[in-house]
Design a protein around this ligand. Structure first.
Ligand SMILES: C[S@@+](CC[C@H](N)C(=O)[O-])C[C@H]1O[C@@H](n2cnc3c(N)ncnc32)[C@H](O)[C@@H]1O
Length: 258
């Protein structure tokens, strides 16, 4: 005779299956604070000319569309580093952020003089990104676009649809961005080759890629094995906060195309 599954245990099994499905889509979801969305105020101190002092970012956060809806430490570290690099670091540069989530890094980049920034992610995250661009009054130079690593717009398209205006805007020099930013984008193994492919597609030999990486699993090694075929990298050494975040298994790297 087979084991009879009581309704309550059926529900438990169904919930387990649902949990597993959600874990497959978003392996970081157990690390998220699943409380309702809210507003964060983040402040970056600096002595840069031409940048509001302190630089304050108002950030809507909401975990419901996925792990990108909250502010992850790697993003805060990369944003802080950009501010410390000086007001000229993004001047007249085309900046593209991958897996931007709330957009924190790109919003900070958008405050640096004469930057032109695209923050990109998957579709469900775009509304929160756009809200954050508007709340921080950066609609003139920070643009939101869908860029799923599975579907990188290939030349000769050369342009992304601006989520807010619905207009196609051309990216200068695409596919060779001046600067690509990515924080905490290595966590989902099936996406490893897609991310490497996307970095490769969007960069040229003069592109600087600032890549803030949080080590979580041994499997991440596979990502770096794929990456090294197309890129070389070095650890960013001129960040005074380095020793603090290294203790949290976070590394800020600079990648260059081979
Ligand atoms: C851990 S979150 C980091 C978010 C943000 N960079 C930060 O540091 O707060 C990872 C981000 O990668 C994005 N992502 C994952 N897979 C993606 C894909 N295939 N295409 C585009 N973005 C993706 C997620 O939506 C999410 O925003």
């Amino acid at each position: 005779m087979g084991v009879r599954v009581e309704p309550s245990s059926k529900e438990a099994v169904a919930e387990l299956i649902r949990d597993e499905e959600l874990d497959t889509q978003d392996p970081l979801r157990h690390l998220m604070d699943l409380e309702d969305g809210g507003i964060l105020k983040l402040s970056f101190s600096h002595d840069l000319a031409g940048v509001p002092r302190p630089l304050e970012i108002t950030l809507a956060v909401d975990a419901s569309p996925g792990c990108g809806g909250i502010a992850w430490p790697a993003g805060q570290i990369l944003a802080t580093y950009l501010v410390q690099r000086g007001s000229d670091c993004l001047r007249k540069k085309n900046v593209l952020e991958l897996g931007a989530g709330t957009g924190l890094v790109g919003l900070v980049a958008g405050h640096l003089p004469e930057s032109r920034v695209w923050i990109t992610d998957q579709e469900p995250i775009l509304p929160i990104m756009q809200k954050n661009v508007q709340m921080n009054r950066l609609t003139e130079n920070v643009f939101v676009a869908k860029l799923d690593w599975c579907v990188v717009p290939a030349p000769p398209t050369f342009r992304f649809l601006d989520y807010f205006s619905g207009a196609f805007r051309r990216l200068f020099q695409y596919p060779n961005q001046d600067i690509i930013l990515a924080a905490d984008c290595v966590y989902f193994e099936p996406a490893f080759p897609l991310l490497v492919e996307t970095l490769d597609e969007l960069s040229g030999t003069s592109t600087e890629i600032l890549f803030c990486y949080k080590k979580r699993r041994k499997a991440d090694k596979r990502f770096f094995n794929m990456l090294k075929k197309r890129f070389r990298w070095e650890e960013v050494m001129d960040d005074p906060n380095r020793e603090f975040y290294n203790k949290e298994a976070i590394t800020l790297m600079r990648l260059f195309k081979r």
